[in-house]
Design a protein around this ligand. Structure first.
Ligand code: AMP
Ligand code: MG
Length: 474
């Protein structure tokens, strides 16, 4: 395992983490491994069962310096003074084809930050996390990704008794807004500074080292967050638990819990069944992203003046709006900017909302409106005048019809991860049938392809599946 190195984070003083080992499962099994990611990490020559043994806690990997990180965070708007990796360990880092990446083990057992939890994760939730990382990656949305699921025959108690599993997760970084908050609220500005210095040094392609490196660091986090959330909005993704401890400083989607891809377009969509107030509703995500950035700014107040913070936070909205507008333009097959496009897009969203249209399929089929075919979703009286303005708008585009159709197909997935599909794959996997999971992974990792044989994966969820409730109990 010489490819995996101890994490540079372990060079920080021990107030930042707890060095520790973990107990693997007695009868570990290989649920699934990610061949593509394995290759990117240069691990393709190591057999799955061998990797399984390593991540289940072989002596080789324990010579790295596995650690659980301490952090805090705002959960549903309330500050919680100590969170931390309650069931996760940062094992080390590896040089992959896309740069240095972290290897983390989720569900590895108790740590000093487990509070009342058992330190374990259940198969259901690690499959959901695996699936979503792959789905987001295929949609070009920055995300953590899983390398492997280690299964077990051990049971843990949630709302009911469930099988435990571990997820080997990779991400560019596991540093969260909450890591900074922890030291700020503990009145340790020297540790806030050490952590910021660590980030600037560790992620040079994200953070320029300039005269005002702390301001630039904050500016860059704000920019990455605004871009990330614009990408979520464009594909209809609802994270569900946008607490500051689930926000990566590199703007990667992270800590998948009760997430959901919106099906019928509904701005007030809330995927998290425990979010009674709808704080993290789909339409609130852009604002919550800003709120979280301002919480990070506050935690950086010993390094970045209030005035600079205010100026930097003002950049969030224009970056978010511009990124989202560009994404929507491409979704509509447009390359030329036109002042009235925002209105055109809003008009379509309004129709989707009032007609309860499927967000993904309406966009995917929108090219039919310019090739003069019938669009199944927009074949209603109220959509007719919108289609006319859309067609008129396309008349002033320089590109050919074929180019427009390609642009639309490249920017509107045919396949998204619908909750009920994940649920069916999970239930099959719980009964030791993994073929559904493998098929689903194939489909969601080819979201823009036609895949005629998997047409049924592109349909709206059946009515029985619309009410699947996903809570935080993972
Ligand atoms: P999450 O909702 O996964 O972002 O977790 C919030 C906090 O609770 C983090 O500090 C987790 O490490 C911790 N946590 C969640 N589930 C467990 C568990 N089963 N055992 C210990 N800690 C947990
Ligand atoms: Mg979390």
């Amino acid at each position: 395992m010489s490819l995996i190195k101890p994490h540079a984070y372990a060079e920080l003083p021990e107030v930042f983490y707890n060095l520790q080992n973990w107990e693997g499962f007695k009868n570990p099994s290989l649920v699934i491994e990610n061949a593509q990611l394995k290759k990117e990490m240069g691990l393709q020559n190591i057999e799955g069962y061998k990797l399984l043994e390593i991540f289940n806690g072989s002596s080789q990997i324990k010579t790295l310096k596995p650690l659980s990180m301490v952090y805090a965070g705002h959960q549903f708007g309330q500050y919680v003074e100590q969170l931390g990796d309650g069931r996760g360990l940062l094992l080390g880092q590896i040089n992959s084809s896309s740069g240095l990446i972290d290897i983390h083990l989720k569900g590895a057992g108790k740590t000093p930050y487990s509070r009342f939890g058992d330190g374990r994760a259940v198969l259901r939730s690690v499959i959901r996390e695996y699936l979503c990382g792959e789905a987001m990656h295929a949609l070009s949305i920055p995300t953590s990704r899983a390398l492997m699921i280690v299964g077990s025959d051990e049971l843990v108690i949630r709302e009911k008794s469930e099988t435990a599993a571990m997820l080997v997760r990779t991400a560019k970084s596991h540093i969260r807004f909450g890591n900074f908050e922890y030291f700020h609220y503990n009145n340790k500005p020297e540790h806030v500074k050490a952590l910021a210095d660590f980030c600037i040094h560790q992620y040079p392609s994200y953070f320029l080292k300039t005269k005002n490196s702390y301001e630039d660091f904050f500016r860059s986090v704000v920019e990455k967050t605004a871009c990330l959330i614009a990408k979520w909005q464009a594909c209809g993704f609802n994270h569900g638990v946008m607490n500051t401890d689930n926000m990566s400083i590199l703007g990667e989607t992270f800590d998948y819990g009760p997430y959901g891809f919106m099906e019928d377009y509904l701005p007030s969509y809330v995927c998290n069944h425990s979010d009674h107030q709808g704080r993290y509703a789909f339409k609130n995500q852009p604002y919550i992203g800003l709120w979280n950035c301002s919480a990070l700014g506050h935690a950086l107040s010993s390094l970045v003046s209030e005035e600079s913070q205010g100026e930097i936070l003002l950049t969030y909205e224009p970056i978010f709006q511009k990124t989202l507008a560009e994404l929507y333009q491409k979704k509509l097959g447009l390359i030329k900017f036109n002042r009235d496009d925002a209105q055109l897009i809003q008009g379509l969203l309004d129709i989707m909302e009032s007609e309860k249209l499927d967000y993904t399929n309406t966009f995917r089929n929108i090219s039919q409106a310019i090739t003069n075919e019938e669009t199944p979703e927009l074949n209603t009286h109220i959509a007719k005048s919108w289609i006319k303005s859309y067609q008129a708008r396309h008349k002033i585009e320089p590109s050919s019809i074929d180019e427009k159709v390609s642009l639309i197909n490249e920017n509107n997935p045919k396949f998204i991860l619908r909750n009920y599909m994940a649920q069916e794959a999970i239930e099959a996997a719980e009964n030791l049938n993994l073929s559904m999971l493998e098929t689903l992974i194939h489909v969601i990792t080819h979201p823009y392809d036609e895949l005629e044989q998997f047409e049924y994966f592109a349909s709206r969820s059946p009515d029985w599946a619309k009410d699947i409730e996903i809570s935080c109990s993972s």
